[in-house]
Design a protein around this ligand. Structure first.
Ligand SMILES: [Fe+2]
Length: 235
């Protein structure tokens, strides 16, 4: 791929920022489709809110590039192309609506985790390079990604139960928080453990989710390990 050379950490910083910028722009097009495909009002609202946040994030990134006297364009994020392509594939499936909601959360959390990895790195680079103002803007984006990821985990705890039982997820959407999360394992254990365990170590909600998982016949932390290796072996 033709690109500027990466001689310094600053070069890598700009390179990664362009990657993130392109990723966010791709997401601006993908989120409305995901929202349209979601059945749960709660999930739809999460996608719509994150679309607005993503617009803000793009503006902050443009501010970052302007502060650095650099162009934001010039890189296409292939990872996001892949994640969006997978999401689009899902949207074409003939799925039970509540299972589709669970699938959309999987797709969205993969995106959030990718973005969190990218923002984590550029925040570190920015700090090391002494670019405090720019780093502050990047931290705001990162905080929004993390908040969205947590929200998706908490929505999943409600909707996965509906996906498993084949109920309409709109019923579950307004239901009791965390109800039936012990049944997550059959439909979306991977999803919930992917996003849930990571965030959840400090939250009582996720702790209780883990213990529910345990009581349902799988084993807490080793479940997530197994899920990850299963996911890997499927690729
Ligand atoms: Fe984002």
């Amino acid at each position: 791929m033709p690109s500027d050379s990466l001689d310094t950490l600053h070069d890598l910083f700009i390179h990664e920022l362009r990657d993130i910028y392109d990723a966010e722009k791709q997401l601006l097009k993908a989120l409305p489709k995901m929202s349209a495909a979601a059945q749960s009002p709660e999930l739809k609202e999460a996608f719509d809110n994150h679309l607005r946040e993503t617009e803000e994030q793009v503006s902050r990134l443009e501010q970052v590039f302007s502060d650095l006297s650099e162009k934001p364009t010039g890189k296409s994020c292939k990872a996001m192309q892949g994640l969006v392509a997978e999401s689009n594939e899902l949207l074409g499936e003939d799925a039970n609506p509540s299972v589709m909601d669970a699938a959309l959360i999987v797709a969205a959390q993969k995106v959030e985790h990718y973005e969190i990895a990218g923002y984590g790195s550029v925040c570190t680079f920015g700090r090391l390079l002494g670019l405090d103002d720019v780093t502050e803007l990047l931290k705001q984006n990162m905080a929004e990604e993390e908040k969205t990821d947590k929200l998706l985990t908490s929505i999943a705890e409600r909707l996965n139960a509906a996906a498993e039982s084949g109920e309409q997820s709109s019923e579950a959407g307004g239901g009791e928080g965390g109800m039936g999360a012990n049944r997550v394992r059959a439909s979306g254990g991977r999803q919930s453990s992917g996003g849930g365990n990571r965030r959840g170590r400090s939250s009582s909600r996720a702790k209780s989710s883990n213990s529910r998982t345990k009581s349902s016949g799988t084993r807490g932390r080793s479940t997530s390990k197994r899920s990850r290796s299963t996911a890997r072996s499927r690729r």
